[in-house]
Design a protein around this ligand. Sequence first.
Ligand code: PGA
Length: 250
Amino acid sequence: MSNIYVANWKMNKTLSEAKEYMLQFLPKVKNCKNEIIICANAICLDVISKLAKKSNVQIAGQNFYPEDSGAFTGEISPQMLKEIGVNIIMLGHSERRIYFQETDEFINRKILKAVEDGFKIIFCIGENQQERDTKKTLGVLNRQIKVGLSGVTEENIKNIYIAYEPIWSISTFSMGRTATFDEIREVHCDIRNILKDLYPTNYADVKILYGGSVNSKNIKDIMTIENVDGALIGGASLEVESLVEVCENE
Ligand code: PGA
């Protein structure tokens, strides 16, 4: 079974940098059997999704506003993404939750809109350091999953990847602390159990990705952990070579 590697470029790369990256990256992974998705900023999406069209790399948006069109200055709509061939969307990333005050309820609106419009979704969840230290991790994840996926059916859960990213382990937030393999194993098992309650038929098929300081050195071990089906890679996806090494880690 192939693994899933999602690169999150965040607010990095101008259009020319993104083009240059793709021209170098695509030939290097052309024989890779894993699923590779690059989440890029809105400015780059049209050009790089055309470059990636006949390749084994898929392109995703990092955000949209959950309406077809209208008076939402500064936002982009799901239809705008679909018209340029982008059918995957990342939602609920902790940076959207923290810097743009996105609540579980608002993320749920986005998820339902993405489902309605036929997107594959990378749904990010994760607790902060204080929640972890006060043993609230499970409660936080329970809430994020239950509210975030409210109204999502057994049929539609198959198009949603869950990405667990403990905020304290994300390279730009982390003060040197990263999740241990045991911590990852425990939480991924908890997430599978939450999904089992919600989706008794399809829970075992839902892909659960891990994110937070994933790089070419730790990926191989992370991918051996039970219930880890792939990874979300931020900082280590910005250089072509390091993302290639992550994607080709076997
Ligand atoms: P990181 O970021 O790999 O740089 O820790 C992951 C993310 O925030 O998606």
